[in-house]
Design a binder for this molecule. Structure first.
Ligand code: TYM
Length: 378
């Protein structure tokens, strides 16, 4: 489904393409989701204690039924977490945003995570990728997930192609209840769309419901992801209750921007993306070439200040690399007043990113010894 907007004619947000300047308020209206209100944040805070920066900063900004899931939780009904990855290449730090938040929720609520590797999805939608590629990236991307600190007791990775026997009966139940006209309206399928892709959304629905099959326990699923995945949940929510399940709930985040002049971080633009495997000198080069809100000369910037609201470097501090609100504010104000130059912010960001990546890469290596423990069991 395309969400276009009169002011931003070229905004496109689908599970397969994000283009143009994203208007998040508009997406809430177009997709029919709910804003995360201050009252809802208070409710989360009551259960989890201090709010996670991604909630406090409104990086997670929209939801469906988060209030319902929290009310049920209050009354003693747990939930399961569900998120995933389409393994078509290496992981970039934008992908880590929802995963880091998922880990936080898992720790605070003490719940299971089902994580879907959609090797089949990427094979079907991308002509240049074969099943060997998606299998290889499934393995590589799972290492990134594990490196973040998920525990094997509570984390169940599903590799679609390998685990299709586990998914197929539920996928059929789902597929039977979604008409072609609904799928076409939700996903924009055309006459030349291959028929594998048309059926495929039923597969992404399955982990919303799989907990019951595995344990006998009927629990709602809460899905943290960027807002691009929402069309899947719209069709899944329509049929959930017909099949005797809870409607899956969602919590949606914004996109970590790329290092260029706009748009989300995307693996298809490697020079403006930071991949988890990037070496320090590559990170340095990418950050030094990044777009900022700076002025053409240092003298001019000192005199008139810069514009952090359009600066990709500032966004990295905001999204991931400055948890301290006061320090973030100081940076913002200094930037506006011209008391700090872009080179200083870039230098600091390179240091923080490289420290984060060095640790991540070490943990990723260690994950190779334990990856099998995370594979979903029958
Ligand atoms: P994929 O591989 O496109 O993206 C994986 C996750 O990363 C989010 N994401 C981002 N978040 C913040 N900033 C960005 N720049 C950014 N780019 C991507 C995506 O929203 C997603 O949460 N079909 C899915 C795989 C999947 C899935 C799921 C995702 C299967 N089941 C359940 C979320 C929840 C896909 O191709 O994701």
């Amino acid at each position: 489904m395309e969400s276009s907007n009169n002011n931003n004619e070229d905004m496109v947000v689908t599970p397969w393409e994000v283009k143009g300047k994203v208007d998040y308020e508009r997406l809430i209206r177009d997709f029919g989701t709910q804003s995360i209100t201050p009252e809802l944040l208070k409710k989360v805070e009551k259960i989890t204690g201090k709010l996670h920066p991604q909630l406090k900063r409104h990086i997670f900004f929209s939801h469906r039924d988060l209030d319902t899931v929290l009310n049920l939780y209050d009354k003693g009904t747990k939930f399961v977490l569900y998120t995933g990855r389409g393994p078509s290449g290496p992981v970039h730090i934008g992908h880590l945003i929802p995963w880091i938040f998922t880990l936080h929720l898992q720790k605070k609520f003490g719940v299971r995570l089902y994580f879907q590797m959609t090797d089949d999805e990427k094979f079907l939608i991308d002509d240049k990728i074969d099943l060997q590629d998606t299998k290889k990236y499934s393995y590589e991307n799972a290492l990134d997930l594990i490196a973040l600190g998920f525990k094997p007791e509570d984390t169940f990775i599903i590799y679609d192609v390998e685990d299709i026997d586990l998914l197929y009966d539920i996928a059929l139940e789902v597929a039977k209840r979604i008409t072609y006209s609904t799928a076409k309206a939700s996903f924009g399928f055309k006459d030349n769309t291959n028929i594998g892709w048309i059926f495929w959304p039923a597969i992404q629905a399955v982990p919303c419901f799989i907990h019951k099959k595995l344990t006998g326990e009927n629990l709602p699923a809460l899905i943290p992801a960027a807002i691009d995945q929402d069309p899947y949940w719209r069709v899944t929510r329509d049929i959930a209750q017909k099949l005797g399940y809870f409607k899956p709930a969602q919590i949606h985040c914004r996109f970590l921007p790329g290092l260029g002049t706009g748009g989300k971080m995307s693996a298809s633009k490697p020079e403006t993306s930071i991949f988890t495997h990037d070496k320090p000198e590559i990170v340095k080069r990418k950050i030094w070439n990044a777009y900022t809100g700076g002025k053409p000369t240092a003298a001019e910037q000192r005199k008139t200040g810069a514009n952090p609201s359009i600066c990709s470097i500032y966004q990295y501090f905001f999204y991931l690399f400055e948890e301290d609100d006061k320090k973030l504010d100081v940076r913002l104000n200094k930037c506006r007043k011209g008391e700090i130059l872009c080179g200083e912010c870039k230098k600091e960001l390179v240091q923080r990113l490289n420290m984060f990546l060095r640790e991540h890469q070490e943990k990723r290596e260690k994950a190779k010894d334990v990856i099998e423990q995370y594979h979903i069991k029958r």
